[in-house]
Structure formats: structure tokens, C-alpha cells
Design a protein around this ligand. Structure first.
Ligand code: 13P
Length: 258
């Protein structure tokens, strides 16, 4: 864990109606809404964003979207723009999640346009990178992560880099119950940090938060968050009920005192 505020984000994926989302957001806010040591971000589906923003008003919790389009407006049926998210007081947006890449055909160039569009609209992008199982087995993890990171961050000025959050999510660990060991995750996180140093310089790179995602749960979070370059988590399954998610926030708070 480095010097900056750790960040725990819940990616609800296609789960929770707006009504259910309010319940979950209120329960999380009641437990950790005044916890200032950890930045907590909830990322509901589009349909629950407005209600979630209202539910966490007055707390330090933030709301993020799970995707957006790179264009500002126009004939893009089914899509939403950065300005539409900002208008709802959404402040983060997950971009390039492996499910967007594999199920919806998003490539690095498209994801890069979204990253720059998000920054232009003062939204904080959470850029996801990570290798498939076959890529890890073939020994190409670093090459894959390097490509996704460098193409994803192309054109991002150093002055805005601190607004970007990177999430390392090994695809084989997502929703599978298989977690990268702390040492495996730290190795890739350190590699990502070195790429950020090369692009933005050491001082800025040290301020970029790099989250781990992939079956992070209360029983493995302490060990992962103890690693030097793991600055928080992007949580899927364990973010869907308040207790487990709150435990993860507490785990991140504990990592600060170690
Ligand atoms: P799980 O925590 O369910 O493995 O999901 C991780 C993820 O994809 C978060 O974006």
C-alpha cells in the first residue's frame, strides 16, 4: 500500500434494480459513509445511478458508472456520454473491463478514446487491464498488460494522470473464486507502476492508484492489500451484499496502519 488514500470500488455488473441498489448503497453508507481513510466507490448499472447518487448524498461515498461512450452525443442507440454521467453527479467510470472487451468487442483504441473523453469531462476513469489464463500460461502476461496499459493511456497528459485509476484484473480470477496470490498480483502491479513511471515520471506514477480485482473477498483482502503496489480493490461478487463489501473497506483501512 502506498502513500495515497486506498480505494475500494464495487462493480455491481448487471445486478440490482434501482430499488435494490438504494438499499445496498444506504447499508454501505450507514457502515462506512463517514470512514475517511478509504475512498469508497459504488458502480451500479446505469438505471440505478441517479438513485444511488441520492442515496449516498452527504456521505463521502462516490458513485461510478460501469461504461460510457466516447462521443459527446449523437446517433449511438443504447449508449450514454460522459456529460450525461456528470449531470447525474457520477464521478468515476469503469472502462475496458474484460467483460466489455470479450463480450462486447471493445478494443484498446476504443477504450483509449473513452479514457480521454472521461478525463475531458472530469470523470475519473478506472481503466481495467489483465491477461487471460492462456496468456498467463504462455508467459505473455506482461506483454498483454503493457499493450493494454500503453494503448489505453495514449494521449493522457501527465497533469491528468493522477485522475486515472488502474485496475489489474487477471481474467482467470474474475468470478471464479481463484485469486492471484499476493506475490503474483504484486509482481504485475509493480510492473504497471514501472510503465506509469516511464510514461508520467516517478512522482506522478507514485500517486496513481492501482487496484486489484478478481475474487477479492474478506478472507484474502488483508494479504493482497498489504502488498506495496496494491492500492485497493475492484470488487465484483463480494460487492453485492453490504457486509462483505464493508469488511473489504475495513480491510483497506487496516492496511494503512500496518
Ligand atoms: P469478482 O470479484 O466477482 O471476481 O469480479 C471482479 C471484477 O470483475 C470486478 O470488476
Amino acid at each position: 500500500m502506498s502513500l495515497h488514500t486506498p480505494l475500494i470500488a464495487g462493480n455491481w455488473k448487471m445486478n440490482k434494480t434501482a430499488t435494490e441498489g438504494v438499499e445496498l448503497a444506504q447499508a454501505v453508507a450507514a457502515a462506512v459513509g463517514i470512514e475517511s481513510a478509504v475512498q469508497v466507490v459504488l458502480c451500479p448499472p446505469f438505471t440505478a445511478l441517479a438513485a444511488a447518487v441520492a442515496a449516498v448524498e452527504g456521505t463521502h461515498l462516490s458513485i461510478g458508472a460501469q461504461n460510457m461512450h466516447d462521443k459527446t452525443n449523437g446517433a449511438f442507440t443504447g449508449e450514454v456520454s460522459a456529460a450525461m454521467l456528470r449531470d447525474l453527479h457520477v464521478t468515476y467510470v469503469i472502462l475496458g473491463h474484460s467483460e466489455r472487451r470479450s463480450l462486447f468487442g471493445e478494443d484498446d483504441a476504443f477504450i483509449n478514446r473513452k479514457v480521454n473523453a472521461a478525463l475531458a469531462a472530469s470523470l475519473k476513469p478506472i481503466l481495467c487491464v489483465g491477461e487471460l489464463l492462456a496468456e498467463r500460461e504462455a508467459g505473455t502476461t506482461n506483454a498483454v498488460v503493457k499493450r493494454q496499459l500503453e494503448l489505453g493511456l495514449a494521449g493522457v497528459p501527465a497533469a491528468k494522470a493522477e485522475q486515472v485509476i488502474i485496475a489489474y484484473e487477471p481474467v482467470w480470477a474474475i468470478g471464479t473464486g481463484k485469486t492471484a496470490t499476493p506475490a503474483m498480483a504484486q509482481e504485475v502491479h509493480a510492473f504497471i507502476r514501472s510503465l506509469l513511471v516511464a510514461q508520467f515520471g516517478a512522482e506522478t506514477a507514485a500517486r496513481v492508484r492501482i487496484l486489484y480485482g478478481g475474487s477479492m473477498k474478506p478472507d484474502n483482502a488483508d494479504a493482497l492489500l498489504a502488498e506495496h503496489d496494491i492500492d485497493g480493490g475492484l470488487i465484483g461478487g463480494a460487492a453485492l451484499e453490504a457486509k462483505g463489501f464493508v469488511d473489504l473497506v475495513r480491510s483497506a483501512a487496516r492496511s494503512l496502519s500496518r
